[in-house]
Design a protein around this ligand. Sequence first.
Ligand code: DHB
Ligand code: FE
Length: 279
Amino acid sequence: MAQIVGCVNTSHVPSIGKALAHGLQQDPYWAPFFNGFHPIHAWLDEVKPDVAVVFYNDHGLNFFLDKMPTFAIGAGKQYVNGDEGWGAPNTPPFTGEEELSWKLVNHLVDHDFDLTICQDMMVDHAFALPLKLLFPNRDCPVTVVPISLNTVLYPFPSARRCAALGRNVGEAIRAWDSDKRVLVVGTGGLSHQLEGERAGHLNPEFDRQFMDSLTQQDPNWLTQFSSEDIIEQVGTAGLEIIMWIAARNTLQGPVREVSRNYHVPISNTAAGTQAYAPL
Ligand code: DHB
Ligand code: FE
């Protein structure tokens, strides 16, 4: 059966793409963020994933305000990274792990999750940048399954629902008749708000408590809060932390924190990166 080797959660600020394109990783502004990936690179060299299942939020590239699925999953042969106008070069297309996509689709629909199934799906910075951060020196070496959660248009899925989605994704991966090694990735957050009266809002205390909670055997401290409560704490765009709770819930039982990094700010975002391995 397939094995989940671990989970990585990370912020996905678009300007990371420009920093990568211009080789600014050791620039004083960027080094505290990029250096947080060194222990993760060493760990990935050990656990050698074949496949990445990525929870992320589309920001208007593939889904726009006229059609906004609460949950969507890719079941395509490949996923093209589209131009978002931020000036960074697009990555080459990502190769889909179609067999796992359909395994997930069938398992999730069977377990009362009504996802939008996309055989054609473009992926934005929230998907492409984290994979570039995880595998910086080569074309993406893993096949992928994208899972998009709506955080841009009301109403939003609750943290509780995202945790349940993550648990079911974990079950389906473990039930996949394959010897592939699967890494689960969650992207977005931590606290940030990009527009409105509270633009620039950050909340390091809440972010730290959230990161602590994800290292616990029961990682679901966040599920006590409604979407509105989470937005109040971490800002409108900070709601992206529901990706972290979905991804972390694919792991069962106690976990080891492989690494943690927290740096404020990158652009307008409190940037966090955290990795966990099953014990
Ligand atoms: C920023 C952060 C994001 O998560 C995003 O999707 C866009 C912009 C920022 O901090 O600039
Ligand atoms: Fe974002």
